[in-house]
Design a protein. Structure first.
Ligand code: EPU
Length: 432
C-alpha cells in the first residue's frame, strides 16, 4: 500500500495543468459501448477509475488501444456479452453507467450492484431504475441488476426525476440514444459532464437536445458511428488546487480549464479574500493575507459542487470567524471532519450542517482518506499544517486525481508517496 508523507506549511507557487474530467470520463467510456465503430477519446485522465472501466470493457470484448497516455481508441463492435461480474463492477460507483449503455445497445444488461466511494449514507439508484422502467425495461434488483427491454429495444418515454441526479440523467441519456422514439428527461441534472456526455454522443451521431438545461430531449437513432472526442477539463481537480493555494498561501496559475465551470468555486474563494484572476483558459490564484469566513451551501450545478465541500470546509477551518457549511446533495458527507479535528480544526456537525470555527493553523497528524474528496481535503489540510503529516488510504485519492503528488511537487509542495504495511498503519494510528 502507499501513503503520502507531507511536510506542510509551505506556500505553493507555479503552474498546474488540469486533466480531463473524471466524472465525464467515467460516463463517456461506458457510452462507447453504444457506438458501432472506433471512438477515439482524448484528454482521458490517468486515474484508477478510468483504468478499471477500460479493463471492464476489455473483459466484455472491446478492443482498447492507447495512442498515448491520455488518448485512447475504444472499439466495442466485438462485445457480445451483457454480463458484468461482481469482481469488476464493485470497484467503482460509475459501473452503473454500464447498465444504461448495455440496455441501449443490446436491450439487456446484467451488472453487479456498483461499489465505489462510500462517504456515509446510502447511494440509491431508484431514479435510474425508474427511467429504464419507463422506457419499457423490466428491471430486477438483487446482487445483480438484471434489466431487459421489452421486444429487445428501449422505447422513448417521458421521465421526471424526483431528485436531480447526475447518474440517472446520464444513464437515461445513454439508454435513450438508440431507443425507438423520443425520450424526455425532466428535472435533469445540468453539470458540465452532462453536457460533455451529450456532446460526445452527438458527435457520434446521436440526437440529444437541451443538455445543460432542466429538460433534455433524446431523439433515438438507429446507430452511432465512430469519431474523435476530447473530454472537458476537471472542474473539481481545478477547484482542489485552488483550495490548496487558498489554504497554504502563494500564487498558482491553474491552466487548461473552462473558467465558466469554475464560477461557483471562484466566487466563494473571492468572498474569503483570495484573489482569482481569469484569463483565457487559466485562473491565477493568489492568497496573501488572512482568510475571511463565509457560508457555503452545496447544490446541483450551477450551485457550489458537493465534490468540493470537504476541500472548502478545510479552507474555512483556517479562516477568521465562524462559517456555516450546508450539504445540499448528500445525506452524510462529513466523515472526514473527525480527521480534520485531529489536526486541530474546530468543527461541529449537526445533520447536513457543519459549523466551522476558524483556527490560526492546523497541526500535523496521521490522517486517513476515507473517500476520494475526503482524501483531497486531507491533502489540502496537511499541505497547510506546518510539520510532517501522513495520509493513509491514498488509493481513494488516486481514483480521481491524476498524478497529484507530481503536480503538487511541481508547485513546491513537499509531498511524497511511499510504500507501507498494514501493521505500520495500525501502530501509527495508535500513536497519532
Ligand atoms: N439520488 C437518489 N436516487 C437516485 C440517484 C440519486 O435519491 O437514483 C440522490 C442521491 O442519494 C443524492 C442525490 O440524489 O442525494 C444526487 O445524487 P447523484 O445521482 O447526482 O450522484 P451520482 O450520480 O451517484 C455523481 C458523482 C459524484 C457526485 C454526484 C453529485 C460520478 C461517478 N459520481 O454521483 O461524485 O458527488 O454526482 O454531483 O459521477 C466524486 O467525484 O467524489 C463523487 C462522489
Amino acid at each position: 500500500m502507499q501513503k503520502y508523507i507531507v511536510r506542510g506549511g509551505r506556500p505553493l507557487y507555479g503552474e498546474v495543468r488540469i486533466s480531463g474530467a473524471k466524472n465525464a470520463a467515467v460516463a463517456i467510456i461506458p457510452a462507447a459501448l453504444l457506438v458501432d465503430g472506433v471512438c477515439r477519446i482524448e484528454n482521458v485522465p490517468q486515474i484508477s477509475d478510468v483504468t478499471v472501466l477500460l479493463k471492464i470493457l476489455d473483459r466484455l470484448g472491446a478492443n482498447i488501444r492507447f495512442l498515448n497516455p491520455t488518448d485512447v481508441e475504444i472499439d466495442c463492435r466485438g462485445v457480445r456479452t451483457t454480463h458484468v461480474p461482481q469482481e469488476l463492477a464493485h470497484k467503482l460507483r460509475a459501473s452503473y453507467y454500464l447498465i444504461g449503455a448495455l440496455l441501449g445497445r443490446f436491450g439487456s444488461a446484467e451488472v453487479s450492484m456498483p461499489g465505489g466511494c462510500n462517504f456515509g449514507g446510502v447511494r440509491p439508484i431508484d431514479q435510474h431504475v425508474k427511467g429504464f422502467a419507463a422506457m419499457g425495461a423490466d428491471v430486477r434488483e438483487g446482487d445483480y441488476i438484471v434489466a431487459n427491454a421489452k421486444g429487445g429495444r428501449m422505447k422513448g418515454a417521458s421521465v421526471y426525476l424526483d431528485v436531480v441526479s447526475v447518474g440517472a440523467t446520464m444513464n437515461i441519456m445513454m439508454a435513450a440514444s438508440l431507443a425507438e422514439g423520443t425520450t424526455i428527461i425532466e428535472n435533469a441534472a445540468k453539470e458540465p459532464h452532462i453536457v460533455d456526455l451529450a456532446n460526445f454522443l452527438n458527435s457520434m451521431g446521436a440526437n440529444i437536445k437541451g443538455a445543460g438545461t432542466d429538460t433534455i430531449r433524446v431523439f433515438g437513432v438507429d446507430s452511432l458511428h465512430g469519431g474523435t472526442y476530447a473530454i472537458i477539463p476537471d472542474q473539481i481537480e481545478a477547484g482542489t488546487y485552488m483550495a490548496a493555494v487558498a489554504a497554504t498561501g502563494g500564487e498558482v496559475l491553474v491552466r487548461g480549464i473552462i473558467p465558466k465551470h469554475m464560477d461557483c468555486i471562484t466566487a466563494k474563494l473571492q468572498e474569503m479574500g483570495v484573489t482569482v484572476e481569469e484569463k483565457d483558459d487559466t485562473l491565477l490564484i493568489r492568497r496573501e493575507g488572512a482568510l475571511s469566513r463565509t457560508n457555503v451551501k452545496t447544490l446541483p450545478y450551477p450551485g457550489f459542487p458537493t465534490d468540493m465541500q470537504p476541500q472548502i470546509t478545510t479552507v474555512l477551518a483556517l479562516a477568521q470567524g465562524t462559517s456555516i457549511v450546508t450539504e445540499g446533495v448528500w445525506d452524510n458527507r462529513y466523515r472526514y471532519v473527525g480527521e480534520l479535528m485531529r489536526m486541530g480544526a474546530q468543527i461541529h456537525v449537526e445533520g447536513r450542517t457543519a459549523i466551522v470555527e476558524g483556527v490560526s493553523h492546523l497541526k500535523p497528524a496521521t490522517v486517513q482518506a476515507f473517500d476520494l474528496r475526503a482524501g483531497a481535503a486531507m491533502v489540502v489540510a496537511t499541505l497547510a499544517a506546518p510539520g510532517t503529516s501522513e495520509i493513509t488510504g491514498v488509493q481513494y485519492i488516486e481514483r480521481g486525481y491524476e498524478d497529484i503528488v507530481g503536480k503538487l511537487r511541481s508547485l513546491g509542495a513537499d509531498i511524497q508517496s511511499v510504500e507501507y504495511s498494514d501493521d505500520e498503519e495500525f501502530i501509527q494510528r495508535q500513536i497519532g
